[in-house]
Design a protein around this ligand. Structure first.
Ligand SMILES: Cc1cc2nc3c(=O)[nH]c(=O)nc-3n(C[C@H](O)[C@H](O)[C@H](O)COP(=O)(O)OP(=O)(O)OC[C@H]3O[C@@H](n4cnc5c(N)ncnc54)[C@H](O)[C@@H]3O)c2cc1C
Length: 353
């Protein structure tokens, strides 16, 4: 009776990665996305940074999520014959001498030693970058070409006539006779990947701005971080700078104060003498991150009284590129191989909290 095995609602990073993982398992998938304003993946810079910069410690499950993410995007690259995952060094510009001392101490810690160094980067040395206290280097950093990944995944779904490109209203999703149905498809399992648009306990929407700038005097292949990241784009001299964090008026962006702060940080990092009016700023974009109350992903499922199952993949916060492959794999193991959900990501904790 069902047209598909799984319906996926949302085709941001979460939904697109999940579709790919489900298709890898040979399942029939139908996805819907209405490109709602404020969606995070549409503006994500794609930076992968396994280190929480201020504390200089690895992010949650850094080694595991990084290995899984790299392997996943490399497989996808092969499938679509397109470069998506671009490793690059990330230079943390120290703001005072103590930071350099702390970095050096962290380099000796067993869980950070493989991620940190004080290697010399030729491009950072040569560029007019403000670095009076030097810099440390994060290894394992990369950027994912998010628009290219989303576009290739969407093309695959379209070719199978399995991408519904419109907003689905709640009343169009009907649970009936052991299936979830929307007008174009039906399946015994629905996975909601709606990002910050979802109504979900524990979800904390956080607005973010990112700007695109042109700095012709700066020729960098490495990314920089000082109060914000400066990420080189493929065209020489072009960079994306981000990102801000706003907890108020989250659906109203871009916020002018946040954009001005990013420009100021860019000027400080790049020793740019010119004013923003001189044309440095090319574009300001914004989106709403689906963060969670405890900064962990939100995964789970429940059985509907009609017999169908409804699951959630959300809470990617500021690290969707790194987290989505691990989350999709973990959720799929839970849904199809009876794997137990890790308590740290289980939605059930939002009820206990
Ligand atoms: C400014 C900014 C910069 C960022 N930079 C980075 C970065 O460098 N690296 C990184 O890893 N992460 C970054 N992030 C975070 C990253 O964007 C998120 O973690 C990730 O994109 C979340 O993906 P998602 O699919 O869960 O949500 P979303 O991208 O918001 O996707 C949800 C999708 O669901 C769709 N949808 C919802 N409801 C419906 C409905 N009823 N019908 C149809 N469609 C629906 C929406 O249209 C949307 O496309 C950044 C975020 C922001 C805001």
């Amino acid at each position: 009776m069902a047209t598909h095995d799984v319906l996926v609602l949302g085709h941001g990073l979460s939904g697109a990665v999940l579709c790919e993982v489900l298709l890898e398992r040979g399942l029939r998938v139908c996805c819907a996305d209405g490109a709602l304003p404020g969606s995070a993946s549409a503006v994500a810079a794609g930076l992968v940074n396994p280190i929480a910069i201020r504390r200089t410690i690895p992010v949650w499950r850094a080694a595991e999520t990084h290995a899984l993410a790299e392997a996943f995007y490399r497989r996808v690259e092969k499938r679509y014959q397109r470069a998506l995952w671009h490793p690059l060094p990330l230079a943390r510009l120290f703001t005072h001498a103590d930071e350099a001392v702390h970095w050096q101490a962290q380099m000796a810690q067993p869980d950070t030693t493989s991620w940190l160094s004080r290697t010399t980067l030729a491009d950072v040395e040569a560029a007019p970058v403000h670095k009076p206290f030097g810099y440390g280097v994060v290894h394992g950093a990369a950027w994912l070409d998010v628009p290219a990944f989303l576009s290739e995944q969407a093309t695959r779904m379209r070719a199978e006539k399995s991408l519904i490109e419109r907003v689905l209203q709640p009343e169009e999703l009907v649970p009936q006779g052991g299936l979830f149905r929307w007008p174009e498809a039906s399946a015994p399992l629905l996975v909601r990947c709606q990002g910050a648009h979802a109504r979900l306990p524990g979800l904390v929407p956080v607005r973010g701005e990112v700007i695109s700038v042109h700095l012709p005097h700066l020729q960098l292949q490495s990314a920089l971080h000082r109060g914000a990241f400066l990420l080189p784009q493929q065209a020489p001299g072009y960079y994306r700078v981000g990102a801000t964090f706003g907890w108020e008026d989250v659906w109203q962006g871009p916020n002018a104060i946040a954009v001005a702060a990013l420009l100021e940080r860019t000027q400080r990092m790049a020793q740019q003498a010119t004013e923003p009016e001189d044309g440095m700023l090319r574009l300001a974009e914004w989106g709403v991150r689906p963060a969670s109350f405890d900064r962990r992903p939100l995964l789970g499922q429940r059985a509907h009284p009609c017999g169908a199952r409804e699951a959630v993949m959300n809470g990617m916060g500021a690290r969707g590129v790194l987290l989505a492959p691990w989350c999709a794999w973990h959720l799929v193991e839970h849904l199809f191989a009876s794997g137990k959900l890790n308590a740290e990501v289980d939605l059930a904790r939002t009820i206990a909290a």
